[in-house]
Design a protein around this ligand. Structure first.
Ligand SMILES: Cc1cc2nc3c(=O)[nH]c(=O)nc-3n(C[C@H](O)[C@H](O)[C@H](O)COP(=O)(O)O)c2cc1C
Length: 371
């Protein structure tokens, strides 16, 4: 590992634009999926040091989540109430035309001063495709389509008279004006990608700026990071890595662990059963049997992005140390989910992030980037 070259860890938080919060549990939650709650959330998040907020894209209920606000509209509403936070719009390539999305993104980027990013979710929830009459492809083919989607986004954002002759879309001399803002070090709005199968890893290495992982162990994260770095290196590319975590930070470890048991003890078994069935379309359907949810237990699925596995559960000191250890295996961003978003986003920003910064300042592996 090279020393003295790691920049400070970035922090993102989920935007709960779907109902039911981040856990499939009947435990009481103060989190709300409405606009006013989320406006207050993003204001807290940017005040306490978060860099990004990530929306979800969902057309129908799954894992509970009976109501869902549209990710793009919601992003615009939240961007208009913030000054610094970058908000990531989640999208599903099967549902949108990439050049139209490039146009939406360019406008958002222009009017909100370069604070717009996109997250490409290749899809696992077949029912919503069937309901909308959108063809459902087998697993790896969904990544072929997603890769074309990203190539068209980038081409539209960077070229005039752009042509693309793909399997799914043909672009015949498109000139997008205005293009997104030209920001030094950021050639286009950042492109995040979710999905952890080998097809997802190959796509990330080829075209994405960020690869987001479901919750996992340190070993599980490292395996993916190392593989993708190798694949990207061959293509002369580098990319960044984010990991999902359901954070339970409390004054004592016992309080934090007790909270986890309360959440799991009130799990909504029926919703988890349906979700478990639906996610068989993800990594489980590949020939390698690798990807999101392939090894998840029912307990893991109570946080639908495996966020308990990352184990950011304990005191601020314990959590900060673990985050710093992730930085040293190549994790660039922690994506945080919480039970009670307002209170816990503030607690995390005020109590955990400063401890991470202290560790970064005192560790030779990260110190030099603080000047
Ligand atoms: C952090 C993160 C956020 C995701 N957000 C969404 C989402 O909002 N909507 C969605 O349909 N899928 C979402 N996904 C799912 C993935 O994009 C992907 O379609 C699915 O998990 C299959 O992945 P696989 O390649 O491991 O099979 C997300 C994945 C991750 C890691």
């Amino acid at each position: 590992m090279s020393t003295g070259t790691l920049s400070p860890m970035k922090f993102a938080h989920w935007i709960p634009n779907v109902s039911g919060g981040l856990v499939v549990s009947k435990v009481p939650q103060r989190t709300d999926w409405g606009l006013n709650y989320n406006i207050n959330l993003v204001k807290i998040a940017e005040e306490v040091g978060f860099d990004y907020g990530l929306t979800q894209i969902r057309f129908m209920g799954s894992y509970g989540a009976e109501y869902q606000h549209d990710s793009l509209m919601f992003t615009a509403a939240l961007l208009s109430c913030t000054d610094r936070l970058n908000i990531i719009t989640a999208t599903l390539p099967g549902m949108f035309h990439p050049a139209v999305m490039a146009k939406h993104g360019a406008t958002a980027d222009q009017i909100f001063n370069g604070r717009w990013s996109i997250h490409i979710a290749s899809g696992w929830f077949r029912e919503e495709y069937d309901a909308l009459g959108v063809p459902w492809f087998e697993h790896d083919e969904r990544y072929v389509r997603s890769q074309e989607f990203v190539e068209i986004l980038r081409g539209s954002w960077t070229e005039d008279n752009f042509h693309f002759d793909g399997k799914y879309w043909n672009i015949q001399g498109y000139t997008l004006k205005p293009k997104p803002l030209a920001i030094p070090g950021r050639p286009t709005p950042e492109i995040f990608q979710g999905g952890n199968s080998l097809a997802a890893q190959r796509m990330a290495a080829a075209v994405s700026d960020w690869y987001l992982m479901n919750g996992n162990s340190t070993k599980g994260f490292k395996k993916q990071i190392d593989n993708i770095k190798k694949l990207a290196f061959v293509r002369g590319r580098t990319l960044k890595f984010g990991v999902n975590a359901f954070v339970i930070a409390r004054e004592t470890e016992t309080e934090a662990r007790d909270e986890l048991e309360r959440i799991v003890g009130s799990a909504d078994g029926v919703a988890i059963g349906g979700f478990k069935e639906a996610v068989k379309e993800a990594g489980q359907s590949t020939k390698e049997h690798e990807g999101m949810w392939t090894e998840s237990t029912d307990r893991d699925l109570v946080q639908y992005n495996d966020g308990f596995k990352t184990d950011l559960i304990g005191t601020p000191e314990q959590i900060a140390q673990r985050i710093h250890n992730f930085r040293k295996i190549g994790v660039d961003l922690i994506l945080c989910g919480f039970l009670h978003f307002h209170e816990e986003t503030r607690f995390f920003g005020e109590r955990v992030i400063p401890l991470v910064r202290e560790l970064e300042r005192s560790d030779p592996v990260t110190r030099s980037t603080f000047g």
